[in-house]
Design a protein around this ligand. Structure first.
Ligand code: TXA
Ligand code: MG
Length: 318
């Protein structure tokens, strides 16, 4: 099919070089990652970072994730530790973000980190973005490529949905394999998960061999991404329901549910990976189909189900 969007670019080497030029000129690029699409800019440039905050309408106290090619590059800006090295070896590149301390001489924009001494860092595995990272000499600041508090995009078309033609360049890396945001683990003190994701506390425990705390309700907003309204499709969401509301859609899981024009099954096989991958896409489809609300059935709260339920609960917050 012909690409009907003028700002979506196929991931050829020529377009990766164009992306590199955009980054070097402090312009923004929509990038694919294995989790969700990112809105990327030069992490060392205040000018680029200001553009990210503005386009996303993100409050300036909410810091961005900085994406690096590898540990070699990370060490230039970040103080790493033993726990990081262990987790990096097993899970990177991949869907995990680490909170670590910034080096005094780090070139990362202070606006990107909202003036904090800590930084969220990640090494994505998507090969297009890896190719871009190996072409450029700077790390990429990249929050999810959506307007603040909305659903993260899992395809290049979703990114257009968010920013229309205000974002001029999006690299098309196809559908995101995982479909929900990376796990965030704070390693500045006792290991603590700030955002659940594909890499579960159990998997991390197996590597570190010590208790992994999972932050439930932060007393102080350490990660402002945990602000309550988040992941919102723009219509009301109700969780743990057994049927849809009048004029609403129903998101189901497993084979016991009927098919209906307002029923959307995340995974007939009751597979949580498949469900996570379908979650945002399904909510976007429902919103576009003009349903008035989304009710969601109970989803098992184990493994990747913990991250799915976390996103749903936040989407349901009014
Ligand atoms: O999968 C992902 O992580 C995607 C892709 C594009 O990499 N990115 C993403 O970024 O989800 P964003 O900005 O939408 O979410 C980053 C979260 C925010 O909740 C932010 O508050 C938190 O990371 N964060 C950033 N820096 C932090 C810090 N120093 N301490 C605690 N939380 C931090
Ligand atoms: Mg986000």
């Amino acid at each position: 099919m012909k690409n009907i969007y003028l700002n979506i670019y196929k991931p050829s080497m020529a377009n990766i070089i164009r992306s590199k030029k955009n980054i070097e000129n402090n312009n923004l690029v929509g990038i694919p990652t294995e989790t969700v699409y990112g809105l990327a800019g030069n992490a060392y440039s205040d000018k680029a970072i200001k553009k990210i905050f503005k386009l996303k309408k993100r409050p300036n106290f909410n810091p961005l994730i900085i994406h690096f090619k590898d540990i070699h590059d990370i060490k230039k800006d970040i103080i790493i530790n033993k726990e990081f090295k262990k987790l990096y070896k097993v899970f990177c590149p991949g869907p995990i973000t680490f909170i670590l301390k910034k080096k005094k001489n780090s070139k990362i924009s202070k606006i990107a980190t909202s003036g904090k001494k800590t930084v969220a860092i990640r090494v994505p595995s998507h090969k297009i973005t890896r190719s871009l990272l190996s072409q450029i000499k700077v790390p990429l600041a990249a929050p999810s490529a959506n307007v603040a508090s909305r659903l993260s995009p899992t395809s290049a078309e979703d990114v257009v949905d968010e920013f229309k033609n205000k974002l001029k360049f999006i690299l098309d890396g196809g559908k995101c394999k995982i479909g929900i945001e990376s796990t965030i683990i704070d390693l500045t003190d006792k290991p603590k998960i700030l955002r659940t994701g594909f890499i579960t506390a159990k998997k991390i425990y197996k590597i570190l061999g010590k208790k992994i705390f999972v932050e439930k309700k932060p007393k102080t907003i350490k990660s402002p991404g945990q602000l309550n309204l988040h992941y919102s499709p723009g219509i009301p969401v109700y969780v743990n329901k057994i049927s849809p509301k009048r004029g609403g859609a129903f998101i189901t899981f497993g084979k016991k549910f009927k098919n209906g024009s307002n029923y959307f099954n995340l995974s007939k096989k009751s597979n949580l990976k498949e469900a996570a991958n379908n979650l945002y896409k399904t909510m976007r489809t429902i919103k576009k189909s003009k349903f008035k609300s989304i009710s969601v059935c109970k989803i098992p709260n184990s493994g990747l189900g913990v991250a799915i339920n976390d996103r749903l609960k936040k989407a349901a917050n009014k």
